[in-house]
Design a protein around this ligand. Structure first.
Ligand code: HEM
Length: 392
């Protein structure tokens, strides 16, 4: 296939509706593709995406990771963030935040998440259509993160509104204003909150972050604020859309749905397949620190490269018959949560939330359907999912 016929940008309406046909074309005909409209190289094969994730010295995160048009510097828009840093700073920051974000803290959340899930499902209307996003998939991760950080319950709705605005502002359409206002509102909120936790330590993540220390070093104020914002963005919309995409997939695969309802032990492996099959994070960017020659193309130092996780996860070379949804597949090499040094810090939390949520949903609603005609897709380059998803 000639690359001349092929057009692709993560912000195209057709791509947002269904990216998988163009991903296949990219993998087969243009594995190193220059997207002039998005101003970036695009890697779509599993082998190439995985190799790039494993080589942060060449594929740097420090100049930003969200696909943006040429000339926009994401580092000017955000405070220092773990996810937008390279070693050695990344190694130090990750060590520091890992002191607070411990497996023990995550494992201890199981009972609390179960109660939240049950409470949200108790409010499901018996007959009427129900918006799965605003009624369930949205509030759940937002409440879990807010509770972990120690944010008072009365501030939850403001949180979700800010975070949604931030994620949905589309840099390719020049929509920075609303997103930046939401980021500013969050920074101000967190700054006051951090000061409060310094003065009055509690048993919550925010206090643990303030106190975290490695070899006498603490997180700076900017790093603390950046990390709080990162948790909100990275942990909230992603999990919401894993659940929303899962509802659509399970509605369209009734046999798998009933099998999962009958045997909850299958749910953990099914969550991995759901992550693979319709990944909530479709792709993130890197900036080249040196020239890279790949598949006959030359990518120059300073160019950005979009790594398509969503395409890598549908690559037949890595997952035989990749377009088939199969809860028995055990897709260990799926890259929906990244790979290498930036591998998702919240992976175990995301998996825990998804397992509890899907198990509870299927126990109560063995059969359900989604109304895709009335659903509203998210218009975000990196995130794939729904702003609204009516379910019956
Ligand atoms: C289904 C849900 C989730 C998905 C699909 C997801 C996906 C990802 C991906 C792909 C990365 C790698 C970024 C890169 O390579 O540039 C990442 C990193 C990260 N995620 Fe998640 N994530 C999810 C849930 C969460 C949750 C619940 C949290 C925390 C509450 C979280 C916190 C983070 C953080 C802090 C990083 C940055 C790690 C680093 O740079 O070292 N994520 N996530």
């Amino acid at each position: 296939m000639s690359t001349r016929q092929l057009t692709y940008s993560p912000f195209d309406a057709e791509v947002i509706a269904d990216p998988y046909p163009v991903y296949r074309q990219l993998r087969e005909g243009a594995p190193v593709f220059w997207s002039s409209r998005a101003g970036t190289w695009v890697l779509s094969r599993h082998v190439d995406v995985s190799a790039a994730l494993g080589d942060p010295a060449t594929y740097s995160s420090a100049s930003g990771i969200f696909p943006t048009p040429p000339g926009v510097d994401m580092t000017e828009l955000f405070l220092p963030m773990l996810i937008m840093s390279d070693p050695p700073r990344h190694t130090q920051l990750r060590q520091l935040v890992s002191k607070a974000f411990t497996p023990r803290r995550i494992a201890g959340l199981g009972a609390q998440i179960q109660t939240l899930v049950d409470d949200l499902l108790d409010e499901t209307p018996e007959t009427d259509a129900w918006d799965f996003v605003s009624g369930f998939a949205g509030p759940l991760p937002a409440i879990v993160i807010a509770d972990m950080l120690g944010v008072p319950r009365e501030d939850r709705d403001r949180f979700r509104a800010w975070s949604t605005t931030l994620i949905q502002s589309n840099p390719a359409r020049g929509e920075f204003g609303a997103g930046l206002d939401a980021a500013a509102a969050l920074y101000n909120y967190f700054a006051a909150f951090l000061a409060e936790r310094r003065a009055h330590p509690q048993d919550d993540l925010m206090t643990a972050l303030v106190q975290a220390e490695v070899e006498g070093e603490h997180l700076s104020e900017d790093e603390l604020l950046g990390f709080c914002l990162l948790l909100l963005i990275a942990g909230h919309e992603t999990t919401t859309n894993l659940l929303a995409n899962s509802a659509v997939i399970l509605a369209h695969h009734p046999e798998s749905r009933r099998e999962l309802a009958d045997d909850p032990n299958l749910v953990p492996a099914a969550v991995e397949e759901l992550l693979r099959y319709d990944s909530p994070v479709q792709g993130l960017s890197r900036t080249l620190t040196r020239q890279v020659d790949l598949h006959g193309k030359t990518m120059a130092t300073g160019d950005t490269v979009l790594l398509l996780f969503g395409s890598a996860n549908r690559d037949d070379q890595a997952f035989p018959d990749a377009d088939r949804f199969d809860i028995h597949r055990a897709p260990e090499r799926q890259v929906a949560l990244g790979r290498g040094i930036h591998f998702c810090l919240g992976a175990s939390l995301a998996r825990l939330e998804a397992r509890i949520a899907l198990q509870a949903l299927l126990t109560r609603h063995r059969d359900f359907d989604v109304d895709l005609d009335a659903a509203i897709r998210l218009h975000s380059g990196p995130i794939r999912g729904f702003a609204s998803l009516p379910i019956q």
